[in-house]
Write a protein that binds this ligand. Sequence first.
Ligand code: LLP
Length: 474
Amino acid sequence: MIATPTKTPHTGQDYLQKNVTQTTELSPNQCLLPLTAKINHQDHLEIGGCDLKTLVEQFGSPLYILDKATLTTACRQYRDYFKSYYQGESQVIYASKAWSSLAVVGIIASEQLGFDVVSGGELYTTQKALTQLGCSSQEIAQKIYFHGNNKSETELQEAIEIGCTIIVDNWLELETLTQLAHSRPNQPIPILIRLTPGIECHTHEYIRTGHLDSKFGFDPNQLEAVFTYLTEQPSLNCKGLHAHIGSQIFERQPHQDLAVVLVEWLKIGQEKGLNLTELNIGGGLGICYTEDDDPPSIEEWVKAASEAVMKACQRFDIPLPKLIAEPGRSLIGSACVSAYTVGSRKEIPELRTYIAVDGGMSDNPRPITYQSAYRIVLANKMSAESSETVTVAGKHCESGDILIKDAQLPQTQPGDILVVMGTGAYNYSMASNYNRLPRPAAVLVHNGEANLILRRETYDDLIRQDCFPESLLS
Ligand code: LLP
């Protein structure tokens, strides 16, 4: 079975999943296009039963197109594989930093996942969506884990009010929480302790977090003191430990090593008298952005992590904790594509041909930030043979605003629909209004229906927060 395309795709068609049998389910993170991608009789790309050219006519471009089936499949796979491979209790929580919005939270909550939030804003969004879904305040509290290396006192108060678990990152936070707890006798605040496990993994240095020189979490040599502090603070209910080692990881070994480090610390904490029953191993599973990427499937990752935790618990002779994982990218990354309209063209003889699209670094800052590679197709010419090498530029006043260098494409015309694959994670959530471009709309596609989940920003939205001081008028 081949989930990713042939090594050198010549047409858009080559990017569709190949040789997929009815009985094997694909792992969304190993696919370049969403699971429902098809080519229709007009030679157009269709996702979730919707023709992308029609979607752009209806909703404009740039447009994020989120495929519900791919997202729910990834949620279900994570949830069910943990149930099959881990013999204790498990919980999958979505790292909402990948894409936080009411609809995204709504879909993921309907698959019974919880949420990792990292700011008051993500907490607010998640709480609003869960309330809209009819969750009780107790359910909301149980579903949310609040992260961050510098949470403000206001954010901590908001989290305490909601009753969610706070993942404590440092001494200042521990002390602030202890003080805030004084006003709530007999209502201990649920927390986990985040530690830096000292594990290296091969990914971009900006998205590596588990090595010792990281701004996140307690250094291991602080942990004994943290445990002692916690035994003296009945107002804090420390339930367990957390670590996250990085993102877009293709190896399984780092998470297996992490399991051993975390379980050992869990035992040390238990021996100090703390009732530690939860272990959160973070996220980090990578996805395919190009045909060269080779991440493990969701099943393989869950199996490796589950077995490593169970083995370590046996080795250190402790009962199986509740195992929590918090993936972001591998849940939503492959479920979305971005559609642009092709505009101007610049040919520099014997050097390069640029084609420009109507978005760029403001809706996808990953190429300029991490030199990330992406793959593209022309959604209205899926079977046309590639005939030229082009560099796809954004429309921002910045030379580095290049979405894809040296891409193979059929001859393009202004008005063609260019689709970038794998844009579900860290695109909308990192989008900006640079050059005062309104942020794009997003639609959810499913069974031939398209529903707006983010309205396109207007010029009025752009100036909504601007203030014009009286003094400028005199
Ligand atoms: N948990 C924690 C504590 C994290 O910091 C992260 C990601 C995750 C979970 C989810 O990791 P994932 O499963 O998505 O790999 N903006 C970068 C990615 C930054 C990731 C930050 N932390 C990018 O666009 O590649």
